[in-house]
Design a protein around this ligand. Sequence first.
Ligand SMILES: [Zn+2]
Ligand SMILES: [Zn+2]
Length: 201
Amino acid sequence: MTKPLLPAGDAAGSLREAGFALLIRERRPVGLDELAAATGLGAAATREAVATLAGAGWLDVADGRVAGAAGLSLATGPHRLTLGGARFRTWCAYDALGIVAALAVHGRLRTACGQCGIEIALTFRAGMPDRSDPERLWLAEAGADLRGSFCTPTVLLCGDEHGTAWAAVHDGRGRLLDLDAASRAGGADWAGCAAAARRLA
Ligand SMILES: [Zn+2]
Ligand SMILES: [Zn+2]
């Protein structure tokens, strides 16, 4: 029996973190009954909150199961992230850096420069990328639509030149970070998810 992760007040945050933790542990889509047990939310409240979150792009749901949460997905996303031999996708490049940093694990990321499409492969040790340069992360400003206005433009660029070009395409609505800085910022943003993963391990 697992204890609830968070006070019942924050159902959305609790479901997001529990979904993430169970995806890491199980490496398969997670049933709503499992989420209800992990969060302590009732079955009806879980069903309702999952539908709302999925509608806003905060969860991937397939065949009635949660297949993606907090950027980590078994279903959608252009960035390929391998963690402990398990293959996942992430909705944006910042998800990948933040998730690995917060979990402080080894991993591999394969993605492409948003500007020119050249493949970018990074190896992570204890959460940090094997280099800080020359690639850059474009961290888009959060907009009303999570996937469209934030995740889709939040990609890696092969270097400063394409970073600057990408920033211009997106009217400067975001900022360029080197890989170390992006990993550190993301590690803080995914700390709650990582704590849930440890708790439900
Ligand atoms: Zn994202
Ligand atoms: Zn490029």
